[in-house]
Design a protein around this ligand. Sequence first.
Ligand code: COA
Length: 177
Amino acid sequence: MGEAPHGVVLRPMTEHDVPLIHRWLQAPHLAEWWGDAGFTLAETQAGYSPAVMAADQVTPYIAMRGGRAIGFAQSYLAMGSGDGWWDFVTDPGVRGIDQFLAHGEDLGQGLGTQMVEALVELLFRDPAVTLIQTDPDPGNHRAIRCYEKAGFRAVEIVTTPAGPALYMVRERKAHPL
Ligand SMILES: CC(C)(COP(=O)(O)OP(=O)(O)OC[C@H]1O[C@@H](n2cnc3c(N)ncnc32)[C@H](O)[C@@H]1OP(=O)(O)O)[C@@H](O)C(=O)NCCC(=O)NCCS
């Protein structure tokens, strides 16, 4: 699957990974920007089961580095998301992405950028994919900078069902830093 030059590899998430995700979600560094920290295992199962996600056109991945699981990522078909999400997207080639690093000590070393680059590379292998979008909280400057380093450009602040977000896009040709 997707591999960045410095060794972050994405593998498909399986049902067996749900307890791992549940443990990861309790990490303090995720409470501020991810929001599922209070989930019970059953709630994590309901929200993160790959089969449930597939029904919603969402594909989950586990990021690996040197045999160690370091993070979670997901991609989704933006058009037709429903429930007020991405109503303005009319291109079926648009994919969206979200991700987090699992271990607080891994933050700020470029691994998130490698993870995003690996996912971008993986998604653009599909010729039907035209554009990749992401929607960090406007106050999440670390995530915004990470996406910029991975070739995304900020478009505008949009209102999503989860609140305001900075809509960012990555074309096949990366936006220069
Ligand atoms: C967002 C996330 C995946 C980024 O991964 P990461 O490995 O920490 O990011 P990187 O080290 O690749 O890049 C971070 C950049 O932001 C910069 N940065 C960090 N804190 C910052 C801040 N408060 N303001 C501005 N820039 C900041 C870093 O200096 C670095 O830029 P540089 O390389 O130019 O110096 C990771 O931090 C994470 O999992 N955060 C918690 C969950 C989350 O926010 N997910 C994203 C939801 S949209």
